[in-house]
Design a protein around this ligand. Structure first.
Ligand code: NDP
Length: 289
């Protein structure tokens, strides 16, 4: 680092576990850029002050992670259309002192599902969860052309509210995806799973290694893809039973790598070294790809 080094960063609480600094700093080093990416632990009460500090410190851009993605929306000068729809941001871009909020999670997931060769045209998907990650999953699945989405969440009201946010978007003639809402009890009913081409876990269930409640995995078609937004070194509690049944299973590492590469471009204004960022992340997770 030098006196001219410009910073990018991530704000979260906790943040120590984040793999984003490794991905971004490897990219800067490889491209020979005098830039660095650092992690700041920012408590919720300190978020407004931390965000206000971005322009005077000349920080180029900041990623946001739990628990700041929704609270930061009100602190932005401008928002991308996608951030407005999702009601959450994971990127703050410093545009000459004005703060622009964007969200690269949905695009990151969409890219990863496309890279997995998933074609949802005319098919049905099941999304478990109704937080910010589930909102991104809904948008990605709509863009992949799904005919219907079943949205299941512990708190039914939250799922209904999320579905309402997509009413206009879903109702758009170009994206005629039907959105159905249910509580978690629907996950034990085989009919919920039958004919699903994709099942996404967008809850934080399983993060601490806690078991996932019993699900009707066996009721899915044999080519159904299981996707957990959580990523880990070992198969997550949601993916392990699907793998044992020989189903296609993928965790959120690819989504994380993609959203990071998209953020790199927003912060630095140049094309990201995507393969390098992905390889760095996978190596940190102890994987080869
Ligand atoms: P939120 O806190 O906004 O939402 C959490 C969701 O999990 C809610 O639907 C909540 O249900 C549900 N949930 C939590 N605990 C339980 C439980 N004990 N039983 C049933 N449901 C439960 O989190 P986010 O949406 O921001 O994130 C969700 C997950 O996605 C996180 O694990 C995060 O790590 C991951 N993620 C991964 C990304 C990636 O790049 N791979 C990007 C973004 C997120 P309720 O509404 O009833 O409380």
């Amino acid at each position: 680092m030098s006196g001219r080094t410009r910073l990018t960063a991530i704000f979260g609480d906790p943040v120590e576990h984040s793999l984003s600094p490794a991905m971004h700093n490897r990219a800067y080093a490889t491209l020979g850029m005098d830039r660095a990416y650092v992690a700041f632990r920012v408590a919720p009460a300190d978020l407004p002050a931390a965000v206000r500090a971005i322009p005077p410190l000349g920080i180029l851009g900041v990623n946001l992670t739990v628990p700041h993605k929704e609270a930061a929306v009100a602190l932005m000068d401008t928002l991308s259309a996608e951030a407005q729809l999702l009601g959450a941001i994971n990127c703050v871009v410093n545009r000459d002192g004005r703060l622009h909020g964007d969200n690269t999670d949905a695009r990151g997931l969409e890219q990863d599902l496309r890279e997995a060769g998933l074609d949802l045209a005319g098919k049905r998907a099941l999304i478990i969860g109704a937080g910010g990650a589930a909102a991104s999953a809904i948008l990605a699945v709509i863009r992949l052309g799904a005919e219907a989405i079943a949205l299941c969440n512990r708190t039914l009201g939250r799922a209904q509210e999320l579905a309402r946010r997509f009413e206009h978007y879903v109702g758009d003639a170009r994206r005629a995806t039907r959105l159905e809402v249910a509580g978690l009890q629907a996950l034990t009913i085989p009919a919920t799973w039958a004919s699903c081409a994709l099942v996404i876990n967008a809850t934080s269930l399983g993060l601490g290694g806690d078991p996932f409640p019993p699900l009707a995995y066996e009721a899915t078609p044999s080519d159904c893809c299981f996707y957990d937004l959580i990523y880990a070194r070992a198969p997550t509690p949601f993916l392990a039973p699907a793998l044992a049944m020989g189903r296609v299973a993928r965790d959120g590492a690819g989504m994380l790598a993609n959203q990071g590469a998209l953020a790199f471009e927003l912060f630095n204004g140049i094309a990201p070294p995507r393969g390098l960022m992905r390889a760095t992340l996978m190596a940190a997770l102890g994987r080869s790809t």
